[in-house]
Design a protein around this ligand. Structure first.
Ligand code: AMP
Length: 192
């Protein structure tokens, strides 16, 4: 199986690249952000609680996202692999993911980390906010708070996967096609 953590700050292009990668490698896309937004759209209790945090650009509790991911993995049946997009975002989530995969005889193949500087991220997210309808993309302060959460709680995961020799940085600036080709080359080098 090919299990990829597609990593990077908000606005790095994880969602866009995930869509291309799942088609090319026949993988299942697991985005905790998308799962949370669909809970919000469905008006569930979980969605209501998550929305308050998401609107402020803060992370939702680890247990919430870990159990969402666990149930999606179990529902997926026999698949060729997963792309984890926006998950894990804390060390506790990364540990929980390793454990829950191990207990099913699975493991993470690699972390592909899209690298984009902060000012480019803010620019991209404000632009996306004009079309995406996402409340957290419309306000620069919320965007900066999401980037701060990334720096404070998520960026440490680079070390976590480095220690396992699974960390592969990829330049996240350039055309969608160029970045996709860089990601694909990394994957092909790993599986061949
Ligand atoms: P995203 O779509 O990945 O940018 O996520 C949007 C928002 O959902 C984030 O700003 C967080 O509030 C929340 N979220 C998504 N994934 C996670 C996660 N793995 N852990 C905690 N909060 C998350």
């Amino acid at each position: 199986m090919l299990n990829i953590v597609l990593f990077g700050p908000p606005g790095a292009g994880k969602g866009t690249q995930s869509e291309l990668l799942i088609k090319k490698y026949n993988l299942v896309h697991l985005s905790t952000g998308e799962l949370l937004r669909s809970e919000i759209a469905d008006g569930t209790e979980l969605g209501k609680k998550a929305k308050t945090l998401m609107d402020q650009g803060l992370l939702v509790p680890d247990e919430v996202v870990v159990s969402m991911i666990e149930s999606r993995i179990d529902k997926s049946g026999n698949v060729e692999g997963f792309i984890f997009d926006g998950f894990p975002r804390t060390e506790a989530q990364a540990e929980a993911l390793d454990e829950l995969l191990a207990s099913r005889g699975l493991s993470i193949t690699c972390m592909l980390a899209l690298e984009v500087d902060n000012e480019e991220l803010v620019k991209r997210l404000l632009n996306r906010g004009k079309e995406s309808g996402r409340a957290d993309d419309k306000n620069e302060e919320v965007i900066r708070s999401r980037i701060r959460e990334y720096e404070d709680k998520t960026s440490v995961l680079v070390e976590y996967y480095k220690k396992q020799s699974k960390y592969f940085p990829v330049d996240g600036i350039g055309s969608i096609e160029q970045i996709f080709s860089n990601l694909s080359s990394q994957i092909d080098a790993m599986v061949n």
